[in-house]
Design a protein around this ligand. Structure first.
Ligand SMILES: NC(=O)c1ccc[n+]([C@@H]2O[C@H](COP(=O)([O-])OP(=O)(O)OC[C@H]3O[C@@H](n4cnc5c(N)ncnc54)[C@H](OP(=O)(O)O)[C@@H]3O)[C@@H](O)[C@H]2O)c1
Length: 292
């Protein structure tokens, strides 16, 4: 194991929800972090050093990343538009990330894929995540791929959505709400990522990044409300998909619905035994104000 104080890593998507939280936590542990963001996003980073890149293909990046022992690849997109499709972002930029690792002699890549991604998946977002995983697995780099359920913490997108609906006066649950999720605290994600940088037992593995409790969406929403009386309405799934197909501003996009209804459940026991972490439950995160 290398001594942590000698470690330097780089992180793409450093201004995203996961990037910001993991970046701050790693710096606290004495790791040097070089965040990579798109031009104009530099000021949103308040940890480590920052460099800019549009798609990780620029030659000037190589010299700036000298001495990094890992690249944490947190660029990702879960919504597509006519200008930016999944393949371009999730596969194309991952290919560039791999090339960058090789040019800058970075031996390890850490990637966050989605819980439920597998070779027989049939929807675009997961297909792009699967293809990105394959590029990484076949790259010859040391890798850790995490397949994540909902990552929760201050400003996570699911909580933002639920807060927005609370403000409007009603929480809308698509369909039955009986599909399950395994929320994981972003602080615990940071610890797991830290371990995957320094520990060999995370090498060349795909690991479910899932929290300690499997819970239906209905129950998650109830816990989220913490006794507040906001009305909850289960909306017709066909109506939810209809809105998602025709309105890019709808609360639940096509892929949000696919992921929810997909009812994906992973192996928390394995993550716990590999990491030895006492993971926070979503209730504890909600109670201690991790979300507000
Ligand atoms: N959060 C979760 O619950 C969750 C669950 C499963 C998997 N994941 C995966 O974890 C990773 C990080 O997620 P997150 O929650 O931190 O997402 P996020 O907050 O949306 O951040 C995404 C990051 O990707 C960058 N990005 C998006 N499109 C890009 C493009 N075309 N070119 C360059 N950069 C681009 C964004 O930069 P800009 O600000 O410049 O757009 C941002 O830094 C993603 O791969 C996501 O799929 C997250």
């Amino acid at each position: 194991m290398e001594h942590k104080n000698s470690l330097k890593v780089t992180m793409t998507g450093a201004n995203g929800f996961v990037g910001k939280n993991v970046g701050k936590a790693l710096v606290k542990k004495g790791i040097s972090v070089v965040g990579i963001v798109r031009k104009g996003k530099e000021s949103s980073i308040n940890f480590g050093d920052v460099i800019t890149s549009e798609d990780l293909s620029e030659n000037y990046l190589t010299s700036k990343l000298h001495g990094c022992s890992a690249l944490l690849h947190f660029i990702g997109r879960g919504k597509q538009t006519v200008d930016s499709d999944y393949h371009k972002v999730n596969v194309g930029i991952t290919k560039n990330a791999i090339k960058l690792c090789k040019k800058a002699k970075i031996k390890k890549i850490i990637y966050i894929s989605g819980l439920g991604v597998h070779k027989d998946t049939t929807f675009g977002y997961f297909i792009s995540k699967f293809q990105a995983e394959q590029k990484i697995i076949n790259s010859g780099l040391d890798y850790t791929i995490f397949r994540a359920s909902y990552i929760i913490g201050k400003d996570d997108s699911l909580s933002d959505l639920l807060f927005k609906q609370m403000k409007k006066g009603t929480i809308m649950i698509p369909g039955s709400g009986r599909y399950r999720l395994q929320p994981i605290f972003v602080g615990d994600v940071a610890e797991v990522v830290f371990q995957s940088i320094i520990q060999k037992n995370f090498s060349n593995k795909i690991i479910d990044l899932v929290g300690p409790k499997t819970i239906t969406f209905n129950d998650y929403v109830k816990d989220f409300l913490q006794g507040k009386k906001t009305p909850i309405k289960n909306i017709d799934l066909e109506d939810a998909y209809h809105a998602a197909l025709n309105n890019p501003k709808t609360d639940f996009g096509i892929d949000d619905l696919n992921i929810l209804v997909g009812d994906y459940v992973g192996n928390h026991k394995k993550l716990k035994s590999m990491s030895g972490i006492e993971f926070k439950t979503h209730k504890a995160v909600l109670k201690t104000g991790g979300l507000s």
